[in-house]
Design a binder for this molecule. Structure first.
Ligand code: C2O
Ligand code: CU
Length: 478
């Protein structure tokens, strides 16, 4: 990875108040009646001051929901209906996308494709059922490379119908910022250097909106740790020294509990992992959580610090937790139709030309339009397009995604979860359900799903600069 910027801002001791996120303003509990009552929330998108780095640095001027980063956590139960009123007090249009939630198309928050963008000082009400339990998140889909990069995002947690036997349910929303020396946000959003390389990888990482020093835990505690990568471009590879986290869900969907490969939890932008973390250390001990994804840029995310309290319980024989499955349709692989999606472009990608607005354009013309990436030879200029694919409703599909570039790409499909069934031709061990699949440079992966949600759905790279640079398309389910 090219390091353009050093760590501009020193890590500062963070005074631990409460590790938990502040709770969201809940307006009213819908009246009980014949129709499903919706749980109501309000999100106000506006600029605010946030103590990202902490004193003596000044607060950072951010864009966020509800005056804080991350925005208020939205929490519902599986099957529950939520209604979220979004007020736009930003100086530009916005929308909200409910990443990973299988919403009806009109609630998907894609500007021009599924809704008119919410103009400055207007509001829009989203309302949908939460069909799956799990860890999801919300963020704008309008100029997201800048809006998300300035702090617009929050967690959306859907609880299982059953109680999950853990002592604490903790969410870490991972944010990545490119800050200047005075802790203000560098405003070089969407520059071609970022767009054509690995995106806007910043220089300051926050957990729940703060540079963190420590996370306190008690010996003998069992934690459910929900990790959400809300960064524009940074890929995380977290190692928990002295601990053996078990992955119990990916992108919200349960997975057979397992230790992550190489003891490292890898999360591309937009991806989530739920970890079962047994705190087996002793009183007063301290362990590092490291992010080792980019070889030359390893750093300590924070320390896990054990309090002096006596152990809560003996975890020696604690059983893994298998979450109950969500109601996802199982793809019928024998009767599935196959398609291919090839990712092209970027530096060292050798892309010479691509289709732009229905015409073949050479690299110079593409670059002139801010485009350097393509899917199946098409560089997208906005959210509305002739679909790359039209799928038949309720049919099973296998799509092979081939990364023909020298870069990583977390590819996200809206409106569906899919199984990742092979990588480079080999069956995956857990056939994990995901909504975002991270492809290594030159890697191929097959995903399988039932196209059971009608509408026009975005399929794009979640490195937001790559998306803006053309790596985006529409898949229609008709
Ligand atoms: Cu998380 Cu199309 O987005
Ligand atoms: Cu990408």
């Amino acid at each position: 990875m090219s390091s353009i910027y050093g760590m501009a801002v020193d890590r500062r001791k963070f005074l631990l108040g409460s590790a938990s996120l502040a709770s969201v303003t809940m307006l009213t509990q819908g009246a009980r009646g014949a129709s499903a009552p919706a749980k109501e929330f309000t999100l106000v998108a506006a600029s605010a001051q946030a103590p990202l780095v902490g004193s003596p640095h000044s607060d950072t001027n951010v864009w966020c929901y509800g005056g804080r980063v991350p925005g208020p956590e939205i929490r519902a139960r599986r099957g529950e209906r939520i209604r979220v009123r979004v007020e736009n007090r930003l100086p530009e249009e916005t929308t909200v996308h409910w990443h990973g939630v299988r919403v009806p198309n009109a609630m998907d928050g894609v500007p021009h494709l599924t809704q008119k963008p919410i103009a400055s000082s207007e509001a829009f009400v989203y309302e949908f059922d939460c069909p799956d339990a799990g860890t999801f998140w919300y963020h704008p889909h309008q100029r997201s490379f800048e809006q998300v990069g300035r702090g617009l995002y929050g967690a959306l947690i859907v609880e299982e119908p059953e109680t999950v036997a853990v002592d604490r349910d903790v969410t870490w929303v991972l944010g990545d910022w490119r800050l200047l020396k005075d802790a203000s946000i560098s405003d070089d959003f969407g520059n071609m250097m970022d767009v054509s390389h690995n995106g806007r990888v910043g220089n300051t990482v926050t957990v729940n909106g703060r540079v963190q020093e420590t996370f306190y835990a008690r010996s003998g505690e069992r934690l459910r740790l929900r990790l959400i990568n809300a960064a524009n471009a940074r890929i995380f590879g977290l190692e928990f020294e002295g601990h053996k986290p078990q992955v119990i869900a990916l992108d919200g969907q349960p997975v057979e509990p397992h230790e992550p490969a190489n003891h490292r939890v890898v999360l591309g932008p937009a991806m989530r992992a739920d970890l079962l973390l047994d705190m087996k250390g002793g009183r007063g001990q301290r362990f590092r959580v490291l992010d080792t994804f980019y070889r030359s840029l390893e750093y300590r995310l924070l320390d896990l610090v054990y309090t002096d309290e006596p152990p809560l319980r003996d975890l020696a024989n604690a059983k893994p937790i298998q979450l109950s499955n969500n109601p996802l349709a199982e793809p019928d692989l024998k009767n599935s139709e196959r398609h291919e999606m090839t990712l092209g472009g970027g530096m060292m990608g050798g892309m010479m030309s691509a289709m732009m607005n229905g015409k073949q354009a050479d690299m110079r013309t593409l670059m002139h339009n801010g485009l350097v990436w393509a899917i199946n030879g098409i560089a997208a200029t906005g959210h509305i397009h002739e679909p790359l694919l039209t799928l038949q409703r309720n049919r099973s599909y296998v799509i092979e995604i081939s990364n023909g570039t020298a870069w990583h790409h977390p590819m996200h499909l809206h409106g569906h979860s899919f199984r990742v069934i092979t990588r480079n031709g080999e069956a995956t061990r857990y056939r994990e359900w995901q909504d975002t699949v991270l492809l290594n440079p030159r890697e191929r992966a097959e995903i399988a799903f039932v196209a059971d949600n009608p509408g026009d759905w975005m399929f794009h790279c979640h490195i937001l600069e790559h998306q803006a640079g053309g790596m985006m398309g529409v898949i229609r389910v008709a």
